[in-house]
Design a protein around this ligand. Sequence first.
Ligand code: BEZ
Length: 252
Amino acid sequence: MTQQQKWDPQRYARNAGFVATLGMPVVELLAPQPGERILDLGCGDGVLTQKLAEMGCDVVGVDASADQIEAARERDLDAHVVDCHNLEFDKEFDAVFSNAALHWMKRPAEVIAGVRRALKPQGRFVGEFGGAGNIHQVQVALSAALTRREIDMETLWPWYFPTPEEYQAELQAAGFGVQSIELIPRPTPLPGALTDWLETFAESFLPPIPTEEHANFFQEIQDAAQASLCDEQGQWTVDYVRLRFAAIQESA
Ligand code: BEZ
């Protein structure tokens, strides 16, 4: 059982503001039309949800984090705390959109079944998230730091990074026709150090480690990843790989 990642909207905006900015290509793939009713799955603090609303869409945002939903509501969005493995919407959306969230949902069949129920017939499911090979160099450094402490990474691993073939099979099994699906390497410069990124996103690995050792643990990972992820000017760039897809709900 993995520990729930906690989301602090201020820390997220400081260390991960790039997530929404770099999400615009998937908004373009969605091609939202004014008046369309759209579900933003894993909307976080609602930056992209707000973009969809500004494009004239009738948008609902859902996210498992109450803190992030509070931040989304402060943007005046229709946003709700929901476990995206248990969506209860019924044929009400023209499209379901998701950016940088599906890799946090480890039971894809349950998520996709809920998305299918939420869509009107022929509705679109368009998204982008971490795919196979995502953050590989971070994983190598993390694995070494955990192994040194005799901690099993597998049981704490909070992410789902499928290949296009695996995710396409999940979509098709649920009655989606897949229009496009591709892996896109997207090395992503960070606004700060890798330790800031780890503090924002890697809490799931902390429970077996004494609190007073947390800072050392993240520093050790950063030191191990320095050669592969940091340039001579001190700019950190994480080896993100996106899985971007567009699918259509085909069966009634
Ligand atoms: C991602 O967007 O790929 C990602 C973000 C945080 C942790 C792991 C992956």
